[in-house]
Ligand binder design. Sequence first.
Ligand SMILES: Nc1ncnc2c1ncn2[C@@H]1O[C@H](COP(=O)(O)OP(=O)(O)OP(=O)(O)O)[C@@H](O)[C@H]1O
Ligand SMILES: [Mg+2]
Length: 343
Amino acid sequence: MTDVKISDILGILPFPSLAISVREKISYMNEDAVQLFGGGLTDRHYITALRHPNLLEAIDATLRDKKSRYVRYQGTIANRDVIYRVTCNFDHKEHLILFFEDQSGLEDAIQMRRDFVANVSHELKTPLTSLIGFIETLQTAAKNDPAAREQFLSIMKNEAQRMDRLIADLLSLSRVEASERLRPTQVVNLKDVIGESIEALTPMIEKSEVKMKLSLPKTSSHVTGEYDQLRQVFMNLLENAIKYGKQKGQISVDISEVYYEPKLKKDALSIAVKDEGPGIDLIHIPRLTERFYRIDPHRSREQGGTGLGLAIVKHIVNRHRGRLSIESAVGIGTEIKLLLPVH
Ligand SMILES: Nc1ncnc2c1ncn2[C@@H]1O[C@H](COP(=O)(O)OP(=O)(O)OP(=O)(O)O)[C@@H](O)[C@H]1O
Ligand SMILES: [Mg+2]
């Protein structure tokens, strides 16, 4: 292969790549490689041009044994730190070629998985530690104390239910994620879904003495969706409005029709769930749909929350090709708005 051919090939590759001659000089860099390492390096010795111990070691080894190898390299391109998997190949004649594949997305995904496992373990460990503590107390100090036993058993039941809820939410999240590419096919009347959710939440509504107000569109309130998943959405939104809204305040659910919603490129139903609670500071809003994100973890935990509710809502809304937006004014209240394509 001649120099011209190598530059022709490397020149059209959509990632940084460069060639080093057997005389150990850089013979060609494509545009992306110039962005990564800077210009004016052609004809320079690779050691002075590339300056990264991992890369230099791999190049040196490949020049000696002519075998391909991979190496990890972290560089900065357009002000962004990027992790590359670099392939070092010898072309069997006179060039060593380096290809830089961007692995940042993959590494981010691995990091997210690590965080997720750490979060789940932590969330399970807290109630478990408490359970073990109470079991030990029941076996020793409180062995013959029926009053203490009753009290501890009731706390233990709460902790066990907490773990049960967490596991149910995790399973539900993974089911929703698995079905995300599958379009729902049922015809669902939102009036029924919301009505049923309000009914199921009656004990909570009565306890916090909130007033529920539901306004429906004049015509249809039907969407294409999956009943159980939409019920999960409204259960969580209403539950949040009750838990984090104002005691004795009002929660309103407004459903209205939107003719040709530009974000969905079709007719939609807009559903707004509004409470009169203390509201959410702007800095938290973009993160609320992250798994386990809670503004006040202690308060949420006390109320039995796992911080997975809005993450599940977001996935379900995505699956329904809808949109979710959160608006809040501190001291006034919060409005969660959904757009769902009409049936
Ligand atoms: N209407 C609201 N007003 C104020 N804060 C809210 C409201 N809805 C949600 N939040 C905040 O967003 C966080 C995340 O909500 P999410 O529904 O995901 O979790 P959770 O309610 O804590 O737990 P879970 O839904 O799993 O029981 C909550 O912990 C709370 O801090
Ligand atoms: Mg919730």
